[in-house]
Design a binder for this molecule. Structure first.
Ligand code: F6P
Length: 196
């Protein structure tokens, strides 16, 4: 593609309460991000008339709501839904440490390979997003991807050559766009812009 713009969804009602997973709507702050996003994205796009842009989201409410005001065609990918936390879905990290201390420790020890009971690991997610990456590689125009923390870590890592072991800890903050631009030498340049 000419350019890839990555963004997490705006702050969700679950984020406000530090709950993982779920399918909540945006918080008031998240709503504000969704309204600020179009201007921030458009400012980063190539300024030629013929520029074409596609917006890809997950199938979860928080990414769909975040992308709502972007004036470009949209596509929803189930493969972009957040990591499935299985039996821990809807809990805080503190809840997990208390209720499932062994799970909490196991994840801390090997976050890349740890699989939530009835859920997924980062390794699972890396596999799951592979079809999306193949389509990203085929895309010739600009792509805006509105997804989730774990998902964006995997996409970012692929394009920026982050070693697997580091993927689960890549910083993908809320309310920030990450702009990746392919360079002639085959690498990507990166710009991060906080949007508020
Ligand atoms: O807290 C937001 C969130 O997207 C959760 O839904 C998800 O489980 C988590 O981040 C993934 O991040 P980590 O792998 O660091 O727990």
């Amino acid at each position: 593609p000419r350019k890839i713009i990555l963004s997490r969804h705006g702050e969700s009602q679950y984020n406000e309460k530090a709950l993982i997973g779920g399918n909540s709507s945006l918080s008031v702050r998240g709503e504000r991000y969704s309204r600020a996003l179009p201007e921030a994205v458009i400012a980063r796009l190539p300024q030629d008339e013929a520029v074409s842009v596609a917006v890809w989201t997950s199938t979860l409410k928080r990414t769909i709501e975040t992308a709502r005001f972007l004036p470009f065609p949209k596509l929803r990918w189930k493969a972009l839904d957040e990591i499935n936390a299985g039996i821990c879905d809807g809990m805080t990290y503190e809840d997990i440490a208390e209720r499932y201390p062994a799970e909490y420790e196991a994840r801390k020890k090997d976050k890349l390979r740890y699989r939530y009971p009835s859920g997924e690991s980062y390794m699972d997610v890396i596999q799951r997003v592979e079809p999306v990456i193949i389509e990203m590689e085929r895309e010739r125009e600009c792509l805006v991807i509105v997804a989730h923390q774990a998902i964006l870590r995997c996409l970012y890592a692929y394009f920026m050559n982050v070693p697997s072991e580091d993927i689960p800890r890549v910083a993908i903050p809320l309310h920030t766009i990450i702009e990746l631009t392919p360079l002639p030498d085959g690498t990507m340049s990166e710009v991060r812009i906080a949007v508020d």
